[in-house]
Design a protein around this ligand. Sequence first.
Ligand SMILES: [Zn+2]
Ligand SMILES: [Zn+2]
Length: 313
Amino acid sequence: MQIMYLGIIGATYYLIATSSFSYIPGYYLSGQHRFMSFLAVGVGILLFLLTSFSDPGTVTSANVPQYLSAYPYDNIIFSEKECSTCRISKPARSKHCSICNRCVARFDHHCGWMNNCIGERNTRYFMAFILWHFLICIYGVVALALILAGRLKELKVIYILTEYYGIENSFRALAPQVVQWLLGAYNTQILIMMFLALVSLLLAGFFTYHAKLCLTNTTTNESFKWQEHLSWQRKVSEAKASAEALKASLDELGQERKPQESKWKSFFRRSRLEELEVVKNNVYDRGFLNNIHEVIFPLSTRRSFWANKSKSG
Ligand SMILES: [Zn+2]
Ligand SMILES: [Zn+2]
């Protein structure tokens, strides 16, 4: 999968370079964009390598005391446990990755593209990677659009269409002719633009999803755990509510009340109960500024993290 990323970015850049670099500099695009695009892709590959080969926050017997005190158990979705493979305590928020065969702190997910876990120490590189590639895609679409607009201007296409072909000089009359000309003469560029636009949409969705998690200090792994926990809680509260409703209706039967009124009453009682019981109580959420800070400067990279060692001996 690592080769796949390099293949895709390499092939796309190669296609753009061979098909479009001859038009740089153009009417709207200065010559430095040849260099800028190379730099942008270079940084992208660098971020890829950084995410792929950086330590995601491997939990070892040497750093497990620090991790245990940095991430206390919430006793809701994480309780004291030992990893049966690594034979060390499993700090809260960590998970054993069966592919990498190691425990990873603040485990997010194992990324197949990077062939690495995304965890405490490299979530920042992962986020930068997605954001950067989103920006590269937008840059590519805009640059290619400017190249095509420049060609339109340089070849005096509008002038030729109106003067020689007698087409009316209005947007409605010219647009289909111009589109047809672009599709015929620059189909490679248009295909690349469509591909980049599609990828940028996917990356935007992916980035938004992960940014939301980062802002609430939740990992992908935890969001699944919360889903499980909340649906279990909902079932419990539903069972409680229906038991209560049954009790209430039995009482009312004894008192011979109007049946319609009791139905409404039990309905409201039930919905109120559900709202009360099912709450996500994330103890690791410390406000969105602190949460962003924790992603950019992971706890284990701070001096205070290692100071815990001297305390515990
Ligand atoms: Zn393990
Ligand atoms: Zn892994």
